[in-house]
Design a protein around this ligand. Structure first.
Ligand code: P6P
Length: 337
């Protein structure tokens, strides 16, 4: 089978955007360069002094790992060098990073990124990931501003993730389907390996941190019992699979079918995951693959966003499974968001 690299694919698909002069294509290429560098460090993390913590705590109140900082720096450097964005929002930065350089003065896009999601798994060799979301700027010129990021998920131009696992994969959409590329280290290129990904309408995997059971809404508690019931016709009980790295859990469920849920809990009344650089891009991917993404009540991509690090509950995956889980929330939980 002939190999099609990410670069060749992007150029081929550029005709999907008749008015594009290649800026988005170059931005996607910038992402792939940073991803290869991060993958190189992740794949040898145990051998170099890049494990462990920096001793700092980020705006999320999470301890910052050295590889978090490295990944954040690599993506920011790639975007600044590429000149295709006028601002960056990152999980690792309290505020946006506005860019106003000679090469970025005509930049049309802004990018939101979770540079290394699941970083608590870094030191124990479990798959981790990067998540990105791209918007057209709404400000007119110069450095990007906060308002450029206060856009609904439906306004995303492109979104995707990189998973640093048994292989390194880049999965993205520009609104015309979802395609997956696997890094071939022997040639240093992402090669098309999963064309036009469609997620099954239902699966038999549910992904949720059941350690929070006592803090879940009643609708979730009832749904979990539904998943665990014996019912041959509907292939239950389902299997519980939860890695603790959202990108890894969600990528598996995208391919095999399944549902990932991070609901509100009494400890996280707005949910844990962030709307801008986790839930919206993942929702774009799943919807483009025929899946669904909701808060348990509302469509994720239609949520208004007012804060950079705004959180939301997330029900994500096979459409029929999200519908059933949502029905349990409607029937048993009054505190729907
Ligand atoms: P918990 C990682 O921090 C993350 O944002 C997701 O990738 C992951 O699914 C979830 O949080 C894990 O959270 O509370 O179950 O450890």
């Amino acid at each position: 089978m002939s190999v099609k690299t990410l670069g060749q694919f992007i150029i081929e698909k550029q005709t999907d955007f008749p008015f594009s002069k290649g800026e988005l294509s170059r931005l996607l290429a910038d992402i792939s360069i940073a991803a290869k560098i991060v993958n190189r460090e992740v794949s040898k993390a145990g051998l170099v002094d890049i494990l462990g913590e920096t001793g700092k705590v980020n705006i999320q109140g999470e301890r910052v790992k050295k590889l978090d900082v490295f990944a954040n720096e690599q993506f920011i450097a790639a975007f600044k060098a590429g000149g295709e964005v006028c601002a960056i929002a990152s999980e690792e930065n309290d505020d946006i990073i506005s860019i106003n350089t000679d090469i970025s003065k005509n930049a049309k896009y802004v990018i939101a990124i979770d540079p290394l999601d699941g970083s608590s798994n870094i030191d124990v060799n479990v798959s981790i990931g990067t998540i990105f979301s791209i918007y057209r700027r709404v400000s007119l010129k110069g450095a990007g501003v906060l308002e450029d990021f206060m856009q609904r998920g439906t306004d995303q131009v492109a979104a995707g993730y990189i998973i640093y696992g048994s292989s390194c994969m880049l999965v993205y959409t520009t609104g015309k389907g979802v395609n997956g590329f696997t890094l071939d280290p022997s040639i240093g290129e992402f090669c098309l390996s999963h064309p036009n990904i469609q997620t099954p309408k239902k699966g038999n995997v549910y992904s949720i941190n059941e350690g929070n059971y006592l803090h879940f809404p009643d609708g979730i508690k009832k749904y979990l019992k539904f998943c665990q019931e014996e019912d041959e016709l509907s292939n239950r009980p389902y299997s519980s699979r939860y890695i603790g790295s959202g990108v890894a859990d969600i990528h598996r469920n995208l391919i095999t079918g399944g549902i990932y849920i991070y609901p509100t809990t009494t400890k996280s009344p707005n949910g844990k995951l962030r709307l801008l650089y986790e839930c919206n891009p993942l929702a774009f991917i799943l919807e483009q693959a025929g899946g669904k993404a909701s808060t348990g009540g509302k469509r994720i991509m239609e949520l208004p966003i007012t804060e950079l690090h705004q959180r939301t509950p997330l029900f994500l995956g096979s459409s029929e499974m999200v519908d059933v889980a949502q029905d349990f929330m409607t029937k048993y939980s009054s505190d729907l968001i």
